[in-house]
Ligand binder design. Structure first.
Ligand SMILES: [Zn+2]
Length: 391
């Protein structure tokens, strides 16, 4: 008898595991994996100023190669529960679709990986020809300090070595099999602060209006593209998200003006080189001004752990691609688009690809997944595992 991804997904969806609550989801995985012969570790991580969060690591086998499935059981809040066609934590199926918070992001994906692994083991005397592990956090949707980074550090200190990882986030855009994520852009938040001199608006010669300087710099930073893209990434992009003066007085020239921006950047840059580039462009923009470069400004950079990464296409991405094509008939795009994910932490330990369900309803009211997608994703994972351990 083969494991049923629908039953596993329903059990997971019935756990109210809104970050940082465990909600029974990890306990369920622990029980299921232990019964299949996995050694299971549960650990709670803490950090001052953040909620304690529970996590799980489970492994079967001791030999190489070691294939890791990564993911998270926490979910975002359901929003207005009455607005759902089917309750968000009931695991109901209607019109061949499974409803619930986390159906695609990403309890459904975890259920498929679990079913595929259980199937593989039951066809191979309960043991892989190498090792399989699950690295599952309860802290992905929140501020994510007590999740995957600490799990990976914990694993490294134990001497765990991973060869490849599949992160089952909902990578597909419109149909199962259309997209594998092999990398993500980096993300950097910055503030631009221009200082002036406060004064009466009727006597601007006695004041120094920082808004003039801010407008000049904002314009300059948007004029030229940061780059023209790379082989695997779209061009980097800077977008201003706020301009603030906060001046409520009509006859007052303020003494400070601020702007906030975010940059999504590709593998041409590091966080440091990017900051230097922006600062250089600002300096250049103030140089040729009629005012003789008299803009007093500074940048403040927010700390970022969202650096850029990419898993270069090769035998592992080919194996995943072939399995997807075999099951769905589609040739997935190898994409680096979208926001950040926990893959940026995993990439420091082993090559990682993201492939899961279709992301269209994630974080939305009536998040749901076609039951057929759950079955197809399970078959894809099963194909990957079978080939991974016979190659
Ligand atoms: Zn997710």
């Amino acid at each position: 008898m083969s494991a049923d991804p629908l039953a596993l997904a329903r059990d997971l969806l019935r756990c109210r595991s809104v970050t940082p609550a465990e909600g029974g989801a990890l306990k369920f995985l622990e029980g299921t994996l232990k019964a299949a012969g996995f050694t299971v570790h549960r650990m709670t991580f803490s950090e001052t100023g953040a909620d304690d969060v529970e996590n799980l690591y489970a492994r079967i086998g001791t030999a190489a190669p070691h294939l890791m499935f990564a993911g998270h059981t926490d979910v975002v809040p359901p929003g207005d529960e009455k607005a759902w066609a089917h309750p968000p934590f009931a695991g109901e199926v209607a019109n061949n679709e499974l409803y619930g918070r986390g159906a695609v992001d990403m309890k459904g994906g975890i259920a498929c990986a679990l079913a595929a692994v259980l199937d593989h083991l039951s066809h191979h005397a309960g043991k892989p020809k190498g090792s399989i592990s699950f690295l599952i956090t309860g802290d992905e949707e929140g501020i994510a300090v007590n999740g995957t980074p600490k799990l990976l550090q914990w694993a490294e200190e134990r001497g765990e070595e991973f060869d490849h990882c599949i992160l089952g986030e909902p990578s597909n855009v419109a149909e199962l099999g259309d997209t594998i994520k092999i990398g993500r852009r980096g993300s950097l938040n910055g503030h631009l602060i221009v200082t002036g001199k406060q004064g009466h608006v009727a006597y601007p010669q006695r004041a120094e209006n920082p808004i003039r300087g801010l407008v000049t710099l904002v314009a300059a930073l948007q004029t030229k593209p940061l780059d023209s893209g790379t082989a695997l990434f779209p061009p980097s992009h800077l977008e201003f998200t706020s301009i603030d003066v906060g001046n409520k007085t009509v006859n007052l020239i303020p003494d400070e003006a601020r702007a906030r921006f975010n940059i999504r950047f590709n593998d041409k840059h590091t966080l440091d080189s990017l900051k230097k580039l922006i600062e250089k462009r600002a300096a250049k923009a103030t140089k040729n001004l009629a005012t003789g470069g008299k803009i007093r400004y500074a940048f403040e950079w927010e700390p970022s752990n969202a650096w850029v990464f990419v898993t270069e296409p090769g035998p592992f991405t080919e194996l995943v691609t072939e399995a997807i094509t075999k099951v769905t008939g589609r040739t997935p795009e190898l994409s680096t688009s979208g926001g950040t994910s926990d893959a940026r932490f995993i990439t420091a330990h082993c090559p990682v690809v993201e492939f899961g369900l279709v992301g269209q309803t994630m974080h939305a009211i009536d998040e749901r997944v076609p039951v057929a997608d759950l079955r197809a994703l399970t078959t894809i994972y099963r194909t990957i595992i079978d080939r991974y351990f016979t190659a």
